[in-house]
Ligand binder design. Structure first.
Ligand code: NDP
Length: 262
């Protein structure tokens, strides 16, 4: 009897950590769906496929519900299950103002939430959802009252969505400092993503779907810059560890397979 290869879908995978995560997963025998919001991803997937790996490209703009729905419909029509969903797409914009705050949480937090909600019906029981987060998303960077709200064991998804939305409104009204937020939209988006992992792990527990956050470390990509301490191969290995789990933890935050603090 031949085993069907497991399928992985990675967002924001035309370059950087997403692309290398696709390469490593495919090298481990996964069928990989490399997604990107532009056509660069098609070329990237073709180059990996030319090297003998099972990789194909689909378009996905993580902030666009229509784009997510189109991908879901294709997966359904083709009867493709996604054993592993890697929410990797992310932005780190320069500066800090209401527009930066809104765009950053739209991609890094709401994008990951919408993609997971939109595709979760295609993830079989026992599958993996991985959120590519960051050590800078440690909740210690927030004032204690906010920290407690993000860490509340019974935090619901509605409360979390309201909390992240409140950050954007507080930046708009010029009172984010007073409310206890840091002046970093990237940091808040990843604090939100980490809290989302705990909420989704609870929601998806009955289906035995593992949901974990990973930090790839500081990695030499367009985002991390040339001076970063890690190669893209090392950073992606941290993601692939969580993506390839067949048994093990859910609702945790890991770097290199080791738990790290929220
Ligand atoms: P890059 O900037 O190199 O790549 C980011 C990727 O996300 C690109 O493919 C980009 O596509 C895609 N993307 C951005 N916005 C969207 C969107 N709306 N829809 C779909 N795709 C989108 O970053 P990295 O590879 O370094 O980062 C990948 C992840 O790792 C991010 O979530 C980041 O926060 C996280 N991370 C990175 C660290 C580092 O040191 N590099 C450290 C910790 C975490 P396009 O080419 O179209 O812009």
């Amino acid at each position: 009897m031949t085993m069907q290869p497991r399928t992985a879908l990675v967002t924001g995978a035309n370059r950087g950590l997403g692309l290398e995560t696709c390469r490593q997963l495919a090298a481990r025998g996964f069928r990989v769906i490399l997604t990107s919001r532009n056509d660069d991803g098609a070329g990237a997937a073709r180059r990996l496929a030319d090297g003998g790996l099972t990789v194909e490209h689909r378009r996905l703009e993580v902030t666009d519900p229509a784009s997510i729905a189109t991908l879901e419909a294709w997966l359904r029509n083709e009867r493709v299950s996604i054993d592993v969903l890697v929410n990797n797409a992310g932005i780190a914009l320069d500066g800090f103002n209401p527009e930066v705050a809104r765009r950053t949480v739209d991609v890094n937090f709401f994008g990951a939430l919408q993609v997971t909600d939109g595709l979760i019906a295609r993830v079989p029981d026992g599958g993996n959802v991985v959120m590519v987060s960051s050590g800078v998303g440690e909740v210690a960077g927030l004032a204690p009252p906010l920290r407690e709200r993000f860490l509340a064991p019974g935090l619901t998804r509605d409360e979390l969505v309201r909390l992240v939305g409140a950050f954007v409104r507080d930046v708009e009204s010029g009172r984010h400092r007073e409310a206890g937020w840091p002046s970093s939209a990237y940091r808040v988006s990843k604090v939100g993503m980490n809290a989302l992992v705990r909420v989704l792990a609870r929601e998806l527990g009955p289906r035995k779907i593992r949901v974990n956050a990973v930090c790839p470390g500081w990695v030499r990509t367009d985002m991390g810059g040339k001076g970063a301490s890690r190669s893209v191969e090392e950073g992606a290995a941290s993601i692939v560890w969580a993506a390839a789990l067949e048994d093990g933890p859910t609702g945790g935050f890991f770097r290199d397979g080791q738990p790290i603090p929220w």
